[in-house]
Design a binder for this molecule. Structure first.
Ligand SMILES: Cc1ncc(COP(=O)(O)O)c(C=O)c1O
Length: 474
């Protein structure tokens, strides 16, 4: 290669400009994080106003990247729910950590790929290392392998492909509290409706062992072949944990595959309180967790762990001629052979940096903090005779309702109006849901930036009287 200057790249920017634009991005993001508690938790635009600022015909001529960056930050990124906001309690917020953001930026800057060993052995090793850290923290055996994907939905679909490949086609059992993405995944994978048994959960929103046994017996009697049990380690609605030890026992005795959806709740196993609730999680054949939820990663990042060595590759390995010379040998892992994606970014980098930066100790403390905040919210609601705790604080989620809605008002409408009220004044973001048909408000309190006072103020904003009095008393 000759040393001289290279011809101009039509997409190239000068190094000084690249630096200046990059530093602007860092300043803007850090400024956003510094002021987040005083900014609205969610802002929703109208299609017209957003299109007016962001749309138009394809830009034919080059533009000013600094101006375009400002438009993105001021308009596009200003109109969203902010996962990092300390009073965003809606669904499952994504309270990402700055170490995670830095890791994401660095990996993207290098266009990190983790598909074939030859082309991405560094990012692949990072991914394999973080998967093994998660395995150890969750207590699965060292036969366990895994893959990082976009999130819980795809991780469970990937798991179900593996499960069917290992145990064969048959009937799948799950509770009515299982995340909707799993039922959608089963149908997308071609599981016929007659092979999907959605069982009514018990009074604590858990998969009923009794109902499972009855369904297994009935199906066997009818000549069906039970194959997979799907358990929840923290449901989205209430944080309920299915009876994992009993389910693992049944699956082991009957040769069924136990898939555990811990997309939301599994990281809680890092701290003592969560570990107690999640006992038995380590017996899963496949386990999903979402680092973009409770491991403080920016979107997107889901993880699948599979206990049986080689099961992922048995389900997904392909050997086209054009990949023959980028195929690893011996213990070199081609991550493209563990899932549905060929080109795939080095997703592990941000999580690796997060663990190296904070250590398990601080991550564990952050998770325990979230569990404690929901317990505080439960106590405050319980102290108000006008409100009722519907499901107690479980893994950072609590649900509650008004005992009597205002005269002439539908119970759901009343709760929705109160949630809309705190969203409209920007002070907080939370959502309604239903528990066994009862309309409730729901708080998911996993953000380590959330303070006890954020909980008190949010409840006061919703009209929880004990909090209003407390607020007035300072
Ligand atoms: C329990 C559970 N499973 C699966 C999912 C789907 O995960 P994702 O949105 O990352 O695809 C969620 C999302 O909130 C969840 O809470």
């Amino acid at each position: 290669m000759s040393g001289g200057s290279r011809p101009a790249d039509p997409l190239g920017l000068q190094p000084d400009e690249m630096r200046a634009l990059g530093y602007w991005v860092v300043d803007r993001v850090v400024g956003h994080l510094e002021g987040i508690a005083e900014s609205p938790a969610v802002v929703t635009g109208t299609p017209d106003e957003l299109r007016a600022a962001l749309g138009g015909p394809p830009p034919e001529d080059p533009g000013d990247p600094a101006a375009a960056l400002r438009t993105l930050a001021d308009v596009a990124l200003a109109h969203m729910q902010h996962g990092e906001h300390p009073r965003n309690f809606a669904r499952v917020p994504g309270p990402s950590s700055y170490a995670g953001v830095l890791g994401e930026w660095l990996a993207t800057g290098f266009n990190a790929i983790a598909a074939s060993w030859t082309g991405g052995s560094g990012p692949a090793t990072v991914e394999l290392v973080v998967i093994d850290w998660l395995r150890q923290l969750l207590g699965l055996p060292d036969t366990t392998e895994g893959i990082l994907v976009s999130g819980g939905s795809l991780a469970s679909v990937t798991a179900l492909v593996v499960a069917r490949n290992e145990v064969g086609a048959g009937t799948v059992y799950l509770s009515d509290q299982t995340h909707s993405s799993i039922v959608r995944g089963l149908f997308a994978l071609g599981f016929p409706g007659s092979d999907v048994r959605v069982l009514t959960s018990d009074g604590r929103q858990r998969l009923s062992v009794e109902a499972l046994r009855e369904a297994l017996d009935a199906d066997r009697t009818a000549g069906r072949r039970p194959a997979i049990v799907i358990a929840n380690a923290g449901t989205t609605n209430t944080g309920a944990v299915d009876p994992l030890p009993e389910l693992a026992g049944i699956c082991a005795a009957e040769g069924l595959w136990l898939h555990v959806d811990g997309a939301y709740g599994a990281p809680a196993a890092l701290c003592d309180a969560g570990r107690r609730l999640l006992a038995g999680i380590e017996r899963a054949d496949s386990l999903v967790l979402d680092p973009h939820k409770w491991l403080f990663q920016p979107y997107d990042l889901g993880c699948l762990l599979v206990r049986r060595h080689g099961a992922l590759e048995r389900a997904f390995r392909t050997t086209p001629d054009y990949l023959a010379d980028v195929t690893g040998v011996d213990d070199e892992v081609d991550l493209r052979d563990r899932g549905l994606e060929l080109s795939r970014r080095g997703r592990g980098v941000k999580l690796w940096l997060t663990f190296r930066t904070y250590g398990v100790v601080r991550i564990r403390a952050a998770i325990a903090h979230g569990i404690g905040l929901a317990e505080r919210a439960e106590r405050l609601v319980a102290a108000d005779p006008d409100w009722r705790v519907v499901t107690p604080a479980q893994l950072g989620i609590v649900t509650f309702t008004l005992r009597r809605p205002a005269a002439g008002r539908d119970a759901y409408d009343e709760l929705a109006a109160r949630a809309a009220g705190v969203a409209a004044d920007g002070s907080a973001h939370l959502t309604t849901t239903r528990v066994s048909g009862t309309p409730v408000l729901r708080l998911c309190t996993i953000n380590p930036r959330t303070t006890p006072d954020d909980i008190t103020q949010t409840l006061a904003g919703l009209g929880v009287g004990s909090c209003i009095r407390r607020g007035a008393a300072g």
